[in-house]
Write a protein that binds this ligand. Structure first.
Ligand code: ARG
Length: 668
């Protein structure tokens, strides 16, 4: 369907004017109702007024929607993109329900996927029961089945919809059309697996990973890194403009003691760069001195003050220390294939100074025991200035949110940290709203929290000796275990050393990422190499194997990607067999899964989906021959439509894998 934008714009322009007129009419009518002393529904005059009122309200809602749609800068449909089936059905049924029941304002439009029984269709509209309830409250009794029937009568024909049926107490079963499926899946060969359209291209800033300089990056930061990277990949794929920010902790009071210690240990650090091989040990040493030596403590405090006023010598020392950490962090990002721009707390120093002045001048800061605090809407304030005049984590986040919204001009901010910081972000968002920075009508903010990582003993993930686990050690352990697994399956006997190494890395990093993403992020999860390296169940190993198997089907029939593309011009994807159609319908759901994740930012939906694709594929493959061979192993027949279905499956899986950070290998 083509949208004529010029006409649409003009319509929406007039809409505001019409709304004003309608609002006036509405208040007149309300007054009229009030003036009538009798509130009897037997009064025909009053009834007329009420009906008119309801109709006007409905008209108002529609016009309001038009205005919102216009301000969201709706783009015409892009034929190359896959469509969201849920969106089409929701739109179709919204119109049908509005047409069937114009007297109900904002009627419920409930669309769901049907259960596994094909008798109940593919999708369902479950609006009839809630509508019957609304009528009951208005004093009218209508059987939900009749409501269902009336909705069906008002559904405009759409190529997606094959058949509609009222079932049970009033559910509407929706059967989708194979014709539509064939056409829609064919776009994959023409344009690739294209994402569903988005109504607005957002500028999204994702703050993730964000470890602290001079401290070890721990498993919490690993979770943030993995989840954040996948969110970025998803949003980029959908076409948003994504800014990836590593908000490293590089500006706290700990730098005072680190610099003071550096000066003592490497007096000529400014001419000869010292090699601090173990920053952890260095941190511990300086912390010990800080706790025990009063004179050192004083020097440490003095150093922070100097650093924060950008004294060149102190800045140099600080940079030296940051560099050591930065290199360590980068090793992890390289191995996990993560891209980030570092913009730590230090970046906001001058902005913190100015925002504190602004807040003070505007009367937002309150004195509390020597500190300056600011209240949002909750019961805990933010500490903006400490009693010694220093700034805090809160100060940098308030300065950062302003920078992100007004200098970076992002309209969507995402913060990925452990759930323990949920309150911090709630307070931050509350304060930002109160001081007028954050306007939820134009900005979206999300704190993407996650649960803690547990060891197999169900306690906080630690080494045997109780230390925090070094991430590099963890990744090495993953590599070792992945290789063992591959050898156990005798892959070392069939793969070249390069192929084996590639498979080893793909399995190791893939399984760590996938284990993290496949759990609902809000829950804690148990880190277990045994479980994540299992080749059965919803694991990276199972999926990577499934993928190579799928890829090998076309390869064994001598089909290259180009040849398949050619084939798609002369042949249709085959959706006739029950198992083919089942698989096809799962593939068609890909856009909906992505849109769902855009709403709740939970990547486990995508893990469940790729797993469903892989298992549905094997069900299809067990039942349907793609290639028939004779007894001597020669190919006698190739089912082209099935080769296309196989390839479409591989392409959808590949795109899902990319978002999840899995790197499929051609041989495993
Ligand atoms: N460095 C912090 C930590 O390790 C995380 C920072 C998250 N981002 C933010 N803007 N507060 O806990």
């Amino acid at each position: 369907m083509e949208i004529d934008l010029s006409k649409f714009n003009k319509d929406a322009d007039n809409a505001q004017e019409q709304i004003n007129i309608l609002k006036e009419r509405l208040s007149e009518l309300k007054q009229h109702i009030k003036n009538k002393s009798v509130r009897s529904t037997d009064d025909p005059d009053l009834n007329k007024v009420i009906t008119e009122n309801i109709k006007l309200k409905h008209r108002l809602t529609i016009l309001n929607r038009a205005i919102t749609a216009q301000s969201m800068n709706v783009q015409p449909r892009d034929e190359t993109r896959m469509q969201s089936i849920t969106d089409i059905i929701t739109d179709t049924f919204s119109s049908a329900i509005a047409a069937a029941f114009p007297d109900i304002t904002d009627p419920p439009v409930v669309i769901a996927l049907s259960g596994s029984n094909p008798k109940f269709g593919d999708y369902q509209c479950n609006s009839a029961m809630p509508l019957a309830n609304i009528y009951k409250q208005l004093g009218k009794r209508i059987a939900p089945r009749d409501i269902g029937q009336k909705i069906i009568e008002n559904v405009q024909p759409h190529e997606l919809i094959e058949k509609l049926e009222v079932a049970g107490p009033g559910f509407i079963n929706i059967f989708i059309s194979k014709n539509y499926g064939t056409k829609s899946l064919a776009t994959i060969f023409e344009y690739g697996v294209r994402p569903p359209s988005i109504s607005k291209r957002h500028r999204v800033l994702v703050d993730f990973s964000s470890p602290n300089i001079a401290k070890e990056m721990h498993v919490g930061h690993l979770r943030s890194t993995i989840i954040g990277e996948s969110i970025c990949r998803l949003l980029e794929y959908l076409g948003h403009n994504v800014i990836r920010i590593n908000h490293v902790g590089d500006w706290g009071t700990q730098f005072g003691m680190l610099i003071a210690h550096l000066k003592d240990k490497f007096p000529n650090y400014s001419v000869e760069s010292p090699t601090i091989s173990d920053l952890q040990a260095f941190y511990k040493e300086s912390k010990n001195r800080f706790d025990e030596d009063e004179e050192f403590k004083k020097r440490a405090y003095a150093s922070v003050v100097k650093l924060q006023s950008f004294d060149p010598e102190h800045k140099k020392a600080w940079e030296l220390i940051c560099d050591v950490s930065r290199k360590e962090f980068q090793k992890i990002y390289d191995r996990l294939d993560v891209r980030l721009t570092e913009r730590g707390e230090s970046f906001y120093q001058t902005r913190m100074e100015s925002i504190v002045k602004e807040l003070d001048a505007a009367g937002f800061l309150e004195l509390d025991d020597g500190r300056k605090v600011m209240w949002g809407d909750g019961t805990i304030p933010m500490t903006i200035v400490k009693s010694d005049g220093g700034f805090t984590y809160d100060t940098s986040d308030i300065a950062a949110i302003k920078h992100r919204l007004y200098e970076e001009k992002a309209d969507w901010l995402i913060y990925v940290t452990d759930a323990g910081q949920a309150t911090h972000f709630q307070i931050l968002f509350g304060c930002a709203k109160r001081i007028g920075l954050l306007d939820e009508r134009i900005h979206r903010v999300d704190h993407v929290g996650f649960g803690v990582v547990l060891g197999e003993d169900k306690k906080k993930f630690k080494t045997r000796s109780g230390d925090t686990i070094r991430l590099l050690d963890l990744l090495d352990e993953g590599l070792k275990r992945a290789l063992e697994k591959l050898k156990e399956k005798e892959r070392d006997k069939v793969l070249t050393p390069e192929e084996l190494k590639e498979a080893q890395e793909s399995v190791a990093y893939g399984c760590i990422k996938y284990a993290d993403l496949s759990h609902n992020r809000n829950h804690e999860y148990v880190f277990s190499f045994d479980k994540m390296l299992d080749d059965k169940g919803n694991t990276a190993v199972y999926l990577l194997y499934a993928f190579t198997r799928i890829k090998s089907i076309a390869r064994n029939a001598n089909f290259t990607a180009e040849k398949i593309k050619e084939l798609s011009k002369t042949h249709q994807i085959s959706l006739e067999h029950e198992k083919e159609w089942k698989l096809g319908k799962v593939l068609l759901r890909f856009p909906d899964v992505l849109l769902k994740i855009t709403r709740d930012l939970c990547l486990h939906h995508l893990c469940e989906y790729v797993y469903e694709v892989a298992t549905t594929f094997s069900e299809f493959y067990d039942n349907c021959y793609c290639i028939e061979k004779d007894s001597s192993g020669d190919i006698v027949r190739v089912n082209y439509g099935r080769i296309l279905l196989t390839e479409a499956t591989a392409l959808v899986l590949e795109q899902g894998f990319y978002i999840l950070g899995l790197k499929p290998v051609s041989k495993m």
